[in-house]
Design a protein around this ligand. Structure first.
Ligand code: QAP
Ligand code: CO
Length: 177
């Protein structure tokens, strides 16, 4: 089992559009297990492959209290959307920030499971919102894209500063005259 590194906004790699997966094999299942481990340890309720710099259409979700309802979606496609719901969202790639986002309240999604079997799921509320959030990642989209440019830039600047402090690459001038 391997815990994977999660890319953080505004990393450009989060803007990559993921490609479809053609074969579901043991290698992929190992990667899926690593994604679940990474998500549970974060802890988070959803993780898209894009966030761990793997640009294929794969995401894992578990919105249960006890982390015992793992859902794996390969090549997910939303086939139906209904209603509107505003929910406060966060993201492992945007740590520390939570904002209201408007999405469909109820959806039907079609995907392959980790055995390569096709399934369809109709759901609402948190799970429906989470599925839409994770599919956005596979298309290079983040929840901050739904916010005003002002809010988004504030978040970007705070995360850029935090990143510089973390890597010790703070670019300070040697002389301030
Ligand atoms: C997406 O997000 C989601 O800021 C999944 O410091 C979230 O798992 C969809 C997390 C809410 C719908 C509603 C965020 C962990 C986890 C943070 C997550 C943080 C630590 C976010
Ligand atoms: Co996210």
């Amino acid at each position: 089992m391997t815990k994977l590194d999660i890319l953080r906004f505004p990393d450009k790699r989060l803007r990559t559009k993921a490609v479809e997966i053609s074969t579901v094999d043991d290698n992929l299942r190992t990667f899926v297990a690593d994604m679940f481990e990474t998500m549970y340890e974060a802890p988070g309720i959803g993780l898209a492959a894009t966030q761990v710099n793997y640009h294929k259409r794969l995401m894992v979700i578990d919105v249960s209290e006890d982390n015992n309802e793992p859902l794996c979606f390969i090549n997910p496609v939303i086939t139906h959307k209904e209603g509107i719901e505003v929910m406060q969202e966060g993201c492992l790639s945007v740590p520390g920030f939570y904002e209201d986002v408007e999405r469909a309240e109820s959806i039907t999604v079609k995907a392959l499971d980790k055995h390569g079997e096709s399934f369809e799921l109709t759901t609402n509320d948190l799970l429906a919102v989470c599925i839409q959030h994770e599919i956005d990642h596979l298309d290079g989209k983040l929840f901050v894209d739904y916010l005003s440019p002002l809010k988004r830039n504030r978040i970007r600047k705070k995360l850029e500063r935090a990143e510089k402090e973390l890597t010790g690459q703070k670019n300070r001038p040697t002389a301030n005259l």
